[in-house]
Design a protein around this ligand. Structure first.
Ligand code: ZN
Ligand code: ZN
Ligand code: FE
Length: 763
């Protein structure tokens, strides 16, 4: 019996080879009908014998192309008609065809094979791509995602490419960046002044330069990298000096997973993450005595490693026979990554010896993503290229909100229906370049999603650039969201939680509702509001931001807080080595409460301990002291834990660090090694928070715990706390789609603002 079905598919189903896939699925079964792109995704009409149609429907989601992401699929009966074949129906001009844009995708195995096949017409062509791979998000100016609205618009296709593009059975059917040697973009090598170097093979020439220890700026998918030979101590030192980047680890690109294995411990989860189509930088435990120069990631047990993801990367690594190249963002310290050829030459002036450029414009900058595998789960440290603009799927429809994030590691978020679209990593807004990137990201996301929400969510901190920007928007309804509430709401949203939870929000800095600097917070929270159930006791942050750069100040602050000036008589290395006049100044500053705000920050507690045990007195990048304290944890099975004390504070609790510091000083007096002290400190935190969860459960009856905030990038603490909470019968929720740190903040701001709007609507 002939039947006909009307099928609506939504999600990421355009620009990913979905229509040719459906075409093949239907024609193989001799079915007739049509497929067309629509505003929501695609609509399929399919007709034929009922078993064949049913078989088609059954296979439709299962065999979908790798890049497709189906979020809903509905099947309805329809009346049969006289269709004789299966056709791809093109959207009419003016017809609204709007849907999700795919992220940038690493080169696929088929294209890679063609790239190195001397008989292929694209042999060695650095821009080879197909519907399954290549640039997307970073070359799109506007929607719909069609060649004229991408930076490929200036390259008319040659007849051979055009034929592939028009053939539904071809892998390049409607592959918007489709190109070849005859019609597509080209690579050039420029000298440091931006003049073209005349050479037969610019990539081989660049590789030669790298071999002689030079720094080469390489144009990638989302921006320029600065490349240097990672096995050459001199080349890495030169790059550090020029980039003015002290000690902060560099990521390295290696030609294959097996090469990564020579340098790092690599388990199945890490291999899968490295080889995923997003090709993020994956943090892996370093092996000792490898060919990688020590200066690549000094004082760090981990190395950020990633695989080539553009054909150009593959050619460069293969031409040069490199085992590992440092590939760090093409910028000075924390500025945004450079994307334009001329911009690169001027902004990277003095940094690069050569520029390996090309004429396919990057329209939107997008840094590499960084992930870490913890507890068998991929955790986002920086969610950017490859992931953006795939939305976080929410449980329910939301009113549209623009959330502008925090100050550091900023991202923004737009909600539309059940989707939360987080931007790429924007960076630290305190520098001018990042601030204009912030504007670009807002404009671009609003344009491709076609929404301009009337409600803007922002942090409560009055001095954040993002907050100030929100307040300058005329006619906008601005909703301020407390920093740590946003962290917990972000974790709730990606886990589709409702109701109230116990939230542990541990980080470095966030503006509190009492005007103090929070950062070690236990909240009882829902989307609309929260109560502060417990927090670390307040200590002084002597010198404000100077105390963040100089952890020794926090050590002095804690010691003075707990022991008064008596601590100066302690016979421990930290005190003996203190610069007395500077310390005296600091103590007086605190006694007179000059430029010394109060803080309950967990990050600053890590800083204090890191300085006390002699690991880090000054930092060169954010969270360095805490990271190195974690790296120092001894692998012994010492189970001891420093005790923290819960002091009643009205209906709530204050977490006192007094017993912790007493025990720590005793250990220091006994010359217990830093690795053991670090371990006992971490164990102590895990125990204290597990105990806190129990206390809050007793009071509230809640047994779900959300963990959020940058401190949870600490794998040791996360794992130990999660285990203890599970043993105590809690359901624990963590981040896996967005970062636990401030990169995930905008998601939380958006869902809190949405809940408040809904709440107001009910009145
Ligand atoms: Zn491909
Ligand atoms: Zn061509
Ligand atoms: Fe935070």
């Amino acid at each position: 019996m002939e039947v006909r079905r009307h099928i609506e598919v939504s999600g990421i189903v355009q620009g990913v080879g979905f229509r040719p896939y459906v075409y093949r699925l239907a024609t193989r079964r001799h079915l007739t009908g049509t497929i067309r792109n629509t505003a929501a995704g695609v609509t399929i009409e399919v007709q034929g014998p009922s078993e064949a149609v049913q078989d088609f429907v059954d296979h439709l989601p299962a065999e979908a192309p790798a890049l497709a992401r189906i979020t809903s699929l509905s099947v309805h009966e329809a009346a049969c008609n006289g269709d004789l074949d299966f056709r791809i129906v093109h959207s009419q001009a003016g017809e609204e065809v709007r849907t999700l844009i795919s992220p940038d995708v690493a080169i696929c195995p088929e294209c890679l094979h063609e790239l190195f096949d001397p008989k292929d017409r694209r042999y060695g062509y650095p821009f080879i791509n197909c519907t399954n791979c290549g640039p997307r998000f970073t070359i799109v100016r506007d929607i719909p995602y069609d060649r004229p609205s991408t930076s490929m618009a200036v390259f008319p296709m040659c007849p051979a490419c055009r034929a592939e593009y028009d053939d539904p059975l071809n892998r390049r059917f409607h592959a918007q960046p489709n190109a070849c040697w005859d019609c597509g973009p080209r690579v050039e090598l420029w000298n440091k002044l931006g003049r073209r170097i005349d050479c037969r093979d610019p990539i081989a020439e660049a590789a030669l330069g790298l071999h002689t220890g030079l720094v080469v700026a390489v144009k990638g998918l989302g921006g320029f990298h600065l490349a240097a030979d990672a096995t050459s101590a001199a080349a890495v030192a030169l790059l550090r000096e020029r980039k003015r980047r002290v000690e902060k680890p560099f990521a390295v690109m290696v030609p294959a997973v097996d090469t990564a294995r020579e340098f790092c411990e690599l388990d199945e989860g890490a291999r899968a993450a490295m080889e995923s189509v997003q090709r993020p930088i994956v943090l892996l435990a370093k092996r000792t005595h490898t060919a990688i120069a020590d200066a690549v990631a000094p004082f760090n047990r981990y190395l950020g490693v990633f695989l080539p993801y553009t054909p150009l990367h593959h050619l460069l690594l293969r031409e040069g026979g490199f085992k590992a190249l440092v590939m760090t963002s093409g910028n000075l310290s924390e500025e945004p990554i450079a994307i334009d050829n001329r911009e690169a030459v001027s902004r990277l002036d003095g940094l690069a010896d050569y520029f390996l450029v090309h004429n396919r414009d990057i329209l939107l900058r997008c840094d590499d993503s960084v992930v870490r595998i913890a507890g068998g789960v991929t955790r986002q440290l920086r969610r950017s290229r490859g992931f953006v603009p795939v939305p976080v799927f929410l449980k329910d429809e939301q009113p549209s909100i623009l959330a502008v994030g925090g100050e550091l590691k900023n991202t923004i978020c737009l909600t539309k229906g059940k989707h939360a679209f987080l931007s790429q990593h924007i960076g630290d807004l305190e520098n001018v370049e990042s601030y204009s990137f912030f504007h670009e990201a807002i404009d671009h996301l609003q344009r491709i999603l076609e929404i301009q929400p009337g409600t803007i969510a922002c942090d409560l901190h009055p001095d954040y650039f993002s907050t100030k920007w929100a307040q300058q928007q005329r006619d906008a309804h601005v909703v301020g969201v407390q920093h740590h509430h946003a962290h917990i709401a972000s974790c709730m949203a990606e886990n589709h939680l409702e109701g109230r939870v116990i939230g542990f929000a541990l980080d470095g800095t966030g503006y509190g509702t009492d005007g103090h600097i929070w950062g070690g917070e236990v909240l009882v929270a829902g989307y609309q509001d929260f109560e502060r159930a417990a927090h670390f006791e307040y200590v002084l942050l002597p010198g404000g931001t100077a105390a963040i750069r100089e952890p020794w100040r926090m050590a002095v602050s804690y010691l003075a807080h707990h022991f008064g000036r008596d601590f100066l008589n302690l016979d421990i290395p930290f005190v003996r080595q203190l610069d007395r006049p500077k310390t005296e100044l600091l103590l007086r500053m605190m006694e007179q409460k000059l430029n010394s705000p109060l803080t309950s920050s967990c990050g600053r507690l890590f800083d204090a301990v890191s300085a006390l045990v002699g690991i880090r007195h000054q930092v060169n990048y954010e969270a360095q002291a805490a990271i190195e304290l974690e790296m120092a944890i001894s692998s012994s099975d010492d189970q001891a834990a420093y005790r923290l004390e819960l002091l009643p504070d009205g209906q709530n609790w204050v977490i006192s660090t007094q017993p912790l510091f007493e025990a720590l000083l005793e250990d220091l007096g006994k010359s217990v090694p830093p690795g053991i002290i670090s371990r006992r400190f971490h164990n102590g935190l895990a125990e204290a928070f597990a105990q806190l969860a129990c206390v809050v459960r007793e009071k509230t009856g809640l047994d779900r715990v959300c963990l959020s905030g940058g401190v949870f990038h600490n794998a040791y603490l996360s794992q130990h706390l999660e285990t203890q909470l599970a043993v105590a019968g809690f359901e624990v929720f963590t981040h896996h789609e967005v970062p636990a740190g401030d990169g995930g903040l905008s998601l939380g701001q958006a869902v809190v603002a949405a809940a408040r709007l809904d709440g107001e609507g009910h009145h």
